[in-house]
Design a protein around this ligand. Structure first.
Ligand code: 13P
Length: 252
């Protein structure tokens, strides 16, 4: 009943012309794949150009971050209102933002609130670091991040969650399907406690961390996993297309 989603997080890769070339390579084929939400998240400066190329198609556009204020003297920042004009989704709280740019749970919460206020759909990222995982603290960390991100949010409509264990991101060491499924199940149980079972069953929860065409089926065939947030593999059109196609076939 939950429509699967595959989102490509291009991170700080591609110039505008490279972004245009990448989306041109895959947009026609991507457009044809049904029963699934397909999202590309290029860097801010390519949102307009990519948006023009996928206009009228079934491909959705997402940003990788945003500031929580709507306007004002915040040199260099991008506001929710600016994004709302261009795209439908926005990644919030990615572990790289938390790790390199000191984003706290409170900042992530403010961003989620700000995105929902202007009708942007947040892809909220949560996940434990390697040391936390090895110390057996995954459930505690993931629960804490989830709950702090959702303070003051009564309506989860549009919200997507991505479970991205930090140790699996960009390392080539993906989590196992069983591990991701179990942790995503825990996230869903937390949502049920906070918002009731029915709403929890409606929220899409993705897995992210070294997803490739070769391991997609391991994740997508799991009952709790609704898709993937893909980093490196989303920069190769053939690889991304294969991930999307497999997901559509397994879940369609
Ligand atoms: P990789 O797929 O490159 O591991 O990145 C995952 C990620 O961080 C997506 O947001």
């Amino acid at each position: 009943m939950r429509v699967p989603m595959i989102a490509g997080n291009w991170k700080m890769n591609t110039t505008v012309s490279q972004a245009v070339a990448l989306v041109n390579e895959m947009r026609h084929e991507l457009n044809e794949i049904g029963n699934i939400d397909k999202v590309v998240c290029p860097p801010f400066i390519s949102l307009s150009a990519v948006g023009e190329l996928i206009k009228g198609s079934s491909i959705k556009l997402g940003a990788q971050d945003m500031y929580f204020e709507e306007r004002g003297a915040y040199t260099g920042e991008i506001s929710p209102l600016m994004l709302a004009e261009l795209c439908e989704l926005v990644i919030i709280g990615h572990s790289e933002r938390r790790q390199y740019f000191n984003e706290t749970g409170e900042i992530v919460n403010r961003k989620v609130l700000a995105a929902l206020r202007v009708g942007l759909k947040p892809i909220l990222c949560i996940g434990e670091r390697l040391d936390e995982n090895e110390a057996g603290r995954t459930a505690e960390v993931v629960t804490g991040q989830l709950r702090s991100s959702l303070v003051g949010i009564s309506d989860l409509n549009g919200l997507v969650i991505a479970y991205e264990p930090v140790w699996a991101i960009g390392t080539g060491k993906a989590a196992t399907g069983d591990w991701a499924n179990e942790t995503i199940g825990l996230i869903r149980r937390n949502l049920a406690e906070l918002y009731g079972k029915e709403i929890a069953q409606r929220v899409r929860i993705l897995y992210g961390g070294s997803v490739t065409a070769a391991n997609t089926s391991e994740f997508i065939s799991q009952s709790e996993i609704d898709g993937a947030l893909v980093g490196g593999a989303s920069l190769k059109s053939s690889e991304f297309l294969s991930i999307v196609k497999q997901t559509s076939e397994i879940r369609g």
